[in-house]
Design a protein around this ligand. Structure first.
Ligand code: ADP
Length: 403
């Protein structure tokens, strides 16, 4: 089946065309600056043909038209007719408590997303709805599937997702822990379960998705029992520009000192903190490593904070699961930044953790799945490159076939 995987942002639309018969990406591309001056970059991977153009894209519907045109183009396309796009799978950031798994798009699903989920992630959900509408306009008869970043975390028990706020507020505003990157956690946990023998029952895995945004999950028996991100993706460990967990009293304190409005404070916590805030160098791990090599102590501090926080999550989630079989590192930093994996794993012998330091220092995402633990380690440690788009394509195929 050919599945078009779509990730619609407020002014962008990323896509990948999957052939699910062999899990290959046939073509991929990006529409940028939707609503501004518009541009599309398209790459047909098998034949290596590339195409870039600046074209007006006032709406996501216009962007979808260009995507379909690029896929059908005689010069740089790979399909003969639109009917060869058998289904569309959308990445959706927030499904709230209403979606605990991927679903086929219906009018009811569209309305729930619009009327209930929008409140929890206004910018993202608005963009997703436009992406979905764009597909409905351009290919009205093609089935669409929605795959939620929050869905995999919906198995968390109440004690893990409840905050210490009045219960009525939880009921009125749906304030609770939701988590994020669920599709990535589900993918790498699934791959790890295969490596542990294939049976989810009885397995205790910690999945560390460390990228520009980072989250860590405790996956017991194949189900999430806790995760580090919270009501929003601002919670948990420090990130490229997000602050992660901190004493909530800091929020009004900074607002008073700096004269920030709630929106300005939100923007500050999302864009000016984390690696960037502490290091005053960059939000990017590679820049921090370069600065550390030059002796920059604030860049070192930023990395130390994240390494220490990951270690604490490993400890607390081992306690929460009553043991630990495996740790998985994934995403930009988890796959490529050996120093951070090392900071999280060093001095953890008490936990039965022993890893090959030499191998770790030479392991990058491009090497594919790599076992980092030694044979004497009680806990298996792996670097597994994530593949959220493949998960979206697989869910889409499964739901369309079931229909
Ligand atoms: P996003 O959350 O935006 O998907 P990524 O998963 O791409 O982010 O992670 C980006 C982070 O990974 C950056 O801090 C970057 O420095 C770090 N990183 C380290 N090495 C690499 C690499 N070889 N390729 C990509 N990202 C890398």
């Amino acid at each position: 089946m050919n599945v078009l995987v779509v990730n619609a942002g407020s002014s962008s639309l990323k896509y990948q065309l999957f052939d699910t018969s062999n899990d290959t990406v046939v073509a991929k591309g990006l529409c940028e600056r939707i609503g501004l001056d518009g541009a599309i970059t398209h790459k047909q991977l098998l034949a290596g043909k590339e195409y870039a153009a600046k074209v007006p894209m006032p709406t996501h519907t216009d962007a979808m038209k260009y995507v379909v045109e690029a896929l059908l183009s005689a010069e740089h396309g790979c399909l003969k007719s639109m009917d060869e796009i058998h289904a569309v799978g959308h990445r959706i950031v927030h499904g709230g408590p209403w979606f605990s798994q991927s679903v086929l798009l219906t009018k009811e699903v569209f309305d729930t997303l619009d009327q209930r989920c929008r409140d929890l992630a206004p910018l993202h959900t608005g963009a997703h709805l436009q992406g979905i509408q764009g597909c409905l306009d351009v290919m009205p008869n093609t089935p669409q599937v929605l795959v939620f970043d929050t869905a995999f975390h919906q198995t968390m028990p109440e004690k893990a997702y409840m905050y210490g706020i009045p219960y009525q507020m939880y009921k009125d505003y749906a304030i609770r822990r939701y988590g994020a990157h669920g599709t990535s956690h589900r993918y790498v946990a699934g791959e790890m379960i295969k490596l542990l023998g294939g049976k989810a029952e009885g397995t205790k895995i910690i999945t560390c998705h460390l990228g520009n945004g980072s989250s860590i999950s405790a996956v017991k028996d194949g189900k999430v029992i806790d995760t580090s991100m919270g009501f929003t993706p601002l919670a948990g460990v420090i990130m490229g520009t997000r602050c992660g967990d901190m004493d909530p009293a800091i929020v009004p304190f900074i607002m008073n000192k700096e004269g920030f409005t709630p929106d300005q404070m939100n923007e500050f916590m999302n864009k000016k903190c984390g690696f960037l805030g502490i290091s005053e160098v960059s939000s990017d791990c590679r820049d921090l490593e370069a600065a550390i090599a030059d002796g920059n102590s604030q860049a070192k501090l930023a990395m130390d904070v994240l390494g220490y926080q990951i270690k604490k999550y490993i400890g607390s989630y081992t306690a929460a699961m009553g043991g630990l079989d495996a740790i998985v590192f994934t995403a930009g930093i988890g796959e490529n930044t050996a120093s951070l994996r090392a900071m999280a794993l060093d001095d953890m012998e008490y936990f039965g953790i022993d890893y090959d330091k030499e191998l770790n220092s030479k392991t990058f995402g491009r090497h594919g799945v790599t076992k980092l633990s030694t044979d004497k380690s009680r806990v298996q440690i792996y670097m597994i490159p994530t593949n959220e788009e493949l998960m979206i394509a697989r869910d889409t195929e499964a739901l369309v076939n079931a229909k």
